[in-house]
Design a protein around this ligand. Structure first.
Ligand code: SF4
Length: 342
């Protein structure tokens, strides 16, 4: 979201969820212990609006549960509470997150009536075996079906996927990204698996029955997934769980939790580009790589990791990374001085 667009989140943790997905504890992830009720909607909108600068487009979002699986009267009470703010233009639209198997024509008609514009679907994986192990209770075909219904009805569609779930692999996660891109969503969120306390996954991991998806694992697979969405022109609106004090304070017990995961992934993608360029460079060379100025720190990598890795991998005598006037993040070799032979 740009500075002039803001999302006002209202959390309905686990509301409507028919089962507990093994990785999920929305109370710990969102920090909201109690689901919002209609009375909270007004309070939350007015508090958030006071903080947003004049001219900001405000979108109200119901997150943290399976909104369309909540009993209909409760859904309607929450949506109705937002209507005066929608009519007055105080908020510009509504969005919500839900499950793929909780979408049908009647549901979409109801959401349209209440001014919902965007629906976020938790797809998580497009591999049925992975979905089963995650306790999702739906199939990949449900994702395809729901995505089509949502798009055909004219809603904005955001698809969420995860990496590193039990039973998955790097190739399965990349395949999920390819299948999700084929559904042409308006945006995606990528959430590498984090082991959150008080989840089934935490218990599996504690008993040694789940090998954690490390930050490094997540960086590797996401460096393959991000280009899939970029090539399809699909915006990635989030990569990695939003950091919170609770998660950083220990609720994230393991797995791919890192406050700057997106930055690490972007750095890794640039490293791959540089590796392709350096493949033919003679060992012992002095090399200068160029990249647009605003991308230099990503190219260098956290604590110089890209620079050190490239220099060691290609046996370079020296490697410099220079900022150029380029607006994009394309990587070029500016100069190569080959070693002199005596
Ligand atoms: S992942 Fe979604 S459907 Fe599963 S328990 Fe969490 S909020 Fe509910």
């Amino acid at each position: 979201m740009s500075a002039r667009n803001s999302i006002i989140p209202i959390f309905v943790p686990h509301c409507g969820c028919p089962n507990a997905c093994v990785f999920c504890n929305q109370r710990r992830i969102s920090g909201s212990l109690r689901p919002a009720e209609a009375g909270d909607v007004k309070k939350t909108i007015e508090e958030a609006a006071a903080l947003a600068p004049e001219g900001t487009k405000r979108q109200l979002a119901f997150y943290g549960g399976s909104f369309t699986a909540i009993p209909v009267p409760e859904q309607e009470a929450l949506l109705a509470a937002a209507q005066p703010y929608l009519y007055s233009g105080f908020i510009t639209s509504l969005r919500l997150s839900t499950r793929p198997d909780a979408i049908d024509g009647e549901t979409l008609l109801r959401l349209k009536r209440y001014g919902v514009e965007t629906i976020e679907l938790g797809a998580q994986s497009m591999c049925d075996a992975v979905l089963a192990q995650a306790g999702r209770g739906h199939t990949a075909a449900d994702v395809v079906n729901a995505a089509r219904l949502i798009k055909d009805a004219g809603f904005g569609l955001i698809l969420q996927m995860m990496t590193g779930l039990p039973g998955s692999s790097e190739d399965r996660d990349v395949d999920t990204a390819v299948q999700i891109a084929a559904l042409s969503p308006d945006g995606v969120r990528i959430y590498p698996t984090v082991i959150v306390r008080d989840t089934v996954l935490y218990d599996l991991w504690s008993r040694g029955e789940y090998a954690e998806h490390t930050v490094e694992d997540a960086v590797c697979v996401c460096a393959r997934i991000v280009p899939v969405f970029q090539a399809a022109g699909i915006p990635i609106i989030r990569l990695g769980l939003n950091p919170t004090d609770d998660l950083s304070g220990g609720d994230a017990a393991g797995g791919a939790y890192h406050p700057a995961l997106g930055e690490l992934v972007r750095g890794r993608i640039l490293r791959h580009r540089a590796q392709a360029l350096l493949a033919g460079v003679a060992p012992g060379s002095d090399v200068v790589i160029g990249i647009g100025r605003r991308y230099v720190s990503q190219m260098v990598g956290q604590r110089g990791c890209n620079k050190n890795e490239l220099r060691a991998q290609f046996f370079l005598r020296s490697l410099k990374i220079a900022g150029t006037d380029a607006e994009n993040d394309s990587v070029t070799i500016l100069s190569v001085a080959k070693p002199t032979t005596l």
